[in-house]
Design a protein around this ligand. Structure first.
Ligand code: ADP
Length: 271
């Protein structure tokens, strides 16, 4: 393990240039994430949260500034990063186990994938899917498919997890349950995580720190420390300390109480 930060963004800016014009998505973001830390990014829709995550994951390159993961400047997808999106994107014709080992197969071929079968089974057990290893995605519920996606993210043992609204497509109850599961898994494996969400409660439940972003072009509006004991439980959500953190985040998101909470509305009033 390295002594320095897990993720370091220094003066990161992102503009998307196309024939129809330029979108200034991110405006000078400085952010450091320590190893083992869980950081959430919240902000109005379109403020550049996914863009930021994709810059850390090496799927995009910054227009200015630098992105460093584990001491190495990001110029493409780093090996030590695992990603998960709102849609599980599983291959229908492959079993749960075969989907989990896919990242290894892409890099190391079928042999590497075969050798990882046991590890895949152990991960599927970790997320409560023992007994479903040979099932196909079509036979699994949405929540179960996202569990398979969690295992696929973890199979190469990445140090840094990038989570883009991972449970946004699930119903509220399943989502809460999956968040508790995710907190347990990230807690037991001591991984660094960066989560994009617009659900404040979810951000408070999972994070050590919450980075609140401004409307586009996204900048850091403020950072809220989540000083709540771990392991967190769903019962904590209704407690005063939990709600106090949630209020602090809400205050940064929308500093003027008269402005609509909706991101688009806020932009109209501010602009
Ligand atoms: P968020 O995740 O906060 O909702 P995004 O990072 O998805 O925001 O997008 C930020 C802004 O950049 C939006 O205005 C979006 O339309 C624009 N954008 C994102 N990706 C691209 C792209 N590949 N090309 C052009 N514009 C993009």
């Amino acid at each position: 393990m390295m002594g320095g930060p897990a993720v370091e963004l220094d003066g990161v800016e992102k503009r998307f240039v196309s024939r129809t014009g330029t979108v200034h998505a991110l405006d000078t973001v400085d952010l450091t994430v320590a190893p083992g830390e869980f950081v959430a990014l919240v902000g109005p829709s379109g403020c550049g949260k996914s863009t930021l995550l994709n810059l850390v994951g090496g799927l995009l390159l910054p227009s200015a500034g630098s992105v460093v993961v584990n001491g190495h400047r990001v110029t493409g997808p780093p090996a030590e990063v695992g990603v998960m999106f709102q849609s599980p994107v599983l291959l229908d014709w492959r079993t749960a186990r075969e989907n989990v080992v896919l990242p290894l197969e892409v890099h190391g071929g079928r042999r590497a994938a075969r050798k990882a079968g046991e590890r895949a089974d152990a991960l599927l057990r970790l997320v409560g899917l023992d007994g479903f290893t040979d099932r196909h995605p079509g036979e699994l519920s949405g929540g179960m498919q996202q569990r398979v996606a969690i295992c696929r993210m973890l199979i190469a043992d990445p140090d840094v997890l990038l989570l883009d609204e991972p449970f946004g497509a699930l119903d509220e109850l399943t989502r809460e349950h999956m968040n508790a599961e995710l907190a347990r898994i990230v807690g037991t494996t001591a991984k660094t995580a960066v989560l994009v969400t617009h659900n404040i409660s979810e951000a408070v439940f999972l994070s050590d720190r919450i980075v609140v972003m401004t409307p586009r072009p996204g900048r850091v509006a403020g950072i809220v420390d989540v000083d709540l004991p771990r392991p967190r439980t769903l019962e904590q959500v209704t407690t005063e300390p939990f709600q106090r953190v949630a209020r602090a985040v809400r205050g940064l998101l929308d500093p003027r109480p008269s402005v609509a909470a909706d991101g688009a509305g806020a932009r109209t009033v501010v602009g």
